[in-house]
Design a protein around this ligand. Structure first.
Ligand code: FE2
Length: 168
């Protein structure tokens, strides 16, 4: 079920069911609405949630990385550390009118990134990719990649990318 995209070294595959996405978003919203202290994933988005703060690492993501992600990345990115993923940082990014609308062009501090679309109603917000961090690729030459609810997009952390503005 893994499919190539029009960008080299960028792959798409179904990861979560619709029901899982909906339950997951509901849980994140509960946390957002709580008085619990919240760290933010990075300086580029102001409304994301660090999922280890909800206890997801011990109950879900450690096993998810070891048993499901690494077997795939070891095949897709063997020469870029895909076979030896020994840690992870999992967070949500939220786009909403009046809050953050897009995600600036950047690279990740990771060997490999899996970006999963959790859905909700929106237009726009497509991921786009340029070249690797060391290549000078103009923003105008980047390519969008279709993202769908429940699907994951694998890419190298070094691969420059961003998310387009959501529509109205
Ligand atoms: Fe990123």
């Amino acid at each position: 079920m893994l499919s190539a995209t029009k960008c080299s070294q960028v792959w798409a595959l179904p990861v979560f069911t619709d029901k899982f996405c909906e339950d997951f978003v509901e849980e994140v919203k509960h946390f957002e609405g709580s008085k619990c202290e919240k760290g933010r994933p990075n300086t580029m988005n102001n409304y994301g949630i660090l999922l280890n703060e909800l206890g997801f690492d011990e109950t879900f993501f450690n096993e998810f990385r070891e048993d499901y992600i690494t077997p795939i990345t070891s095949i897709l990115y063997p020469q870029w550390g895909g076979g030896g993923l020994d840690s992870h940082k999992v967070f949500t990014v939220k786009y909403k009118y009046g809050e953050d609308l897009d995600l600036a062009y950047h690279y990740d501090n990771a060997e490999v990134t899996l970006n999963i679309c959790l859905g909700e109603d929106f237009t726009g917000g497509e991921l786009y990719f340029g070249g690797m961090r060391t290549e000078a690729i103009d923003l105008l030459q980047t390519k969008p990649v279709l993202h769908r609810k429940g699907y994951g997009i694998f890419h190298r952390g070094q691969h420059l990318h961003g998310a387009m503005k959501i529509g109205e």
